[in-house]
Unconditional design. Sequence first.
Lengths: 152, 152
Amino acid sequence: MSFDETDRKLLKFLQQDGKQTTKELSHKLNLSVTAVYERIKKLENSGVISKYVALVDRGKIERKFLVLCHVKLTQHKKEFVMQFEREIMDLHEVSECFHVSGDYDYILKICVKDMEDYRNFMLSKLTTLQHIASTHSSFTISEVKNTTEIVI
Amino acid sequence: MSFDETDRKLLKFLQQDGKQTTKELSHKLNLSVTAVYERIKKLENSGVISKYVALVDRGKIERKFLVLCHVKLTQHKKEFVMQFEREIMDLHEVSECFHVSGDYDYILKICVKDMEDYRNFMLSKLTTLQHIASTHSSFTISEVKNTTEIVI
DNA sequence: GGTGAAAACACTCTCAG
DNA sequence: CTGAGAGTGTTTTCACC
């Protein structure tokens, strides 16, 4: 799919506020409501806009502590890899998990309440998984930037 | 703020689909439209729901290549730290940047089109920043899990 | 806490041009 | 792409449990 300048602006606005009405957007884009409506539908139907979500402030729900954890597996047999990934899917503390190249096999983003909570998560969940050789945790001191928006 | 089971379910539903109508939600929660409406307003006004956004599929907009980059600074004087963080804010390829403890000072999530694009980003943007001692890039082979939802 | 109803308003979606 | 219309959902208030 290709985008013109209007599509790019539209995606920018919707990534910043997914609940704007087509009417509001039509003013910002100097277009008719119908034209905006059809552009949005095109972006939704083509899958460029995958979904609309509410974002929750982690600070207000006792989940302010963010940790990036690097994991190395003991072996890289398909069976082990598949099992590890299946188990990670079920850990709700893990919001992201990427299989990466380099010194570690996986990098996980984990959000919990505090250090004590993280200790419990490590001891009773993460390190009980099979085939983990080592982990290395990086504790977040501050969030310099944290956005879901992709500039097109 | 405290949540009961209904609030937790409501947050779960809205984190999965932020555009559901209060009517739909009232069915799922076995509540009246008014009751759901008031609970949502409470969550929005208290800041638990920080915003609603459209999520874009990176694969459909030529930004499929995801890199986690570890950065070490030469010095940790307040002035240097502040300048680095200010500069990172302006790099649109960087969607996340966390100041972390451990071997590195920062971990960045960078999304670009491909390896060539990443090379350009490194050479002409990231490594031109002041006070960077070293960088270490982890290329994403696969996204095992990548969600904005926080299980409450 | 919750319900149901009413009224005013705004938006979504389709269609003819 | 535009403008208009029908249908639907939102938002608020109200009396009430």
